[in-house]
Ligand binder design. Sequence first.
Ligand SMILES: Cc1ncc(COP(=O)(O)O)c(C=O)c1O
Length: 404
Amino acid sequence: MLKVNDNFQKLPGSYLFSTIAKKVAAYSEANPDKKIIRLGIGDVTQPLAPAIIAAMHKAVDEMGATETFHGYAPDLGYEFLRNAIADNDYKARGCDISADEIFVSDGAKSDSGNIQELFSADAKIAVCDPVYPVYVDSNVMAGRTGTYDENTGMWSDVIYMPCAMENHFVPEFPKETPDVIYLCLPNNPTGTTITKAQLQEWVNYANKNGALIIYDGAYEAYISEENVAHSIYECEGARTCAIEIKSFSKNAGFTGVRLGYTVVPKDLSYEGVSLHGMWARRHGTKFNGAPYIIQRAGEAVYSPEGKAQLKQQVAYYMNNARVILEGLKEAGYTVFGGVNAPYIWLKTPERMGSWEFFDYLLETANVVGTPGAGFGPSGEGYFRLTAFGSYENTVAALERIKAL
Ligand SMILES: Cc1ncc(COP(=O)(O)O)c(C=O)c1O
């Protein structure tokens, strides 16, 4: 008889966004006349930019002719895309990353979940708290996190680095030295980030302690401040301690298109084993490459027209972020984020729990956000709103919140 991977049984409760969806559906059913505005889930709403659509059309046509048809893609990605990434995201920023250190994938969620396959079963992971849930849950499935304490919402073998207003959402070096440190900057859910100088300290810490940093830069395109790094490889020494994961979802609206990449520098080796070699082997064994049409779409992100159009798209969302930030401040809320990221993190009023505030906002303003507690124990007492809605809905939502 098959024995299942019982680590899955350890995963607590249902996924955050399905709980929210159920609550919203129940409210809608009971109040069919109410128009609900959703500023909860981090999905984009603007259509793909014209340069990307044109590239996709062209690639579709190529697939329809024998001479230009493409079958299996190279499992590490097409050269044209890997070169475009290396030139634009790295060389142009002075980062020493070459095209053959870039592994193209179907998105950052898969990569950030899969990367833990490279670590030993007893590798100790450290995460910020609150955190994008994939990092912890993928390690739970691999049996690396010990036991779950329902009272604290924490795993016995995970190192948590609380990020709250008291430490300005900047993770501090943990007391116990981790083997792997997950950093998502700019951060989901808090919308905050750290300076390049602070990131350099993390790189120094990782190199000193033989730890690996998994750097999730999914929101890099939203950075507006000068002193914030766009890539961890802007920091000296990052080639020997960091893997960077990137997504095309938020900078180019690819959430339904699916494209991402992971950078594994060749200098990264532990116990004499190259992580670049391991990831190449893993990719080659378990992944058959992102689709040709989609990789051509990705290439268009780096074309002059694509860059100009996407700059406008990011500006559109960041204008929403400004509307939310200013509106919430006017309504008397304490707010964070929204400057280098499309997320606004607010302190719930009058010691309201974050789920309590979720219900309050849904019922009184018909606005949906995300309770901070869903991202980890230190998220309790906070609430996330996203700037990914339409401008009209964002303005309407804030008018409602201000009127409460
Ligand atoms: C921090 C972070 N990483 C990764 C992802 C997923 O990106 P992708 O759509 O490329 O899978 C998200 C999506 O919300 C995210 O917030």
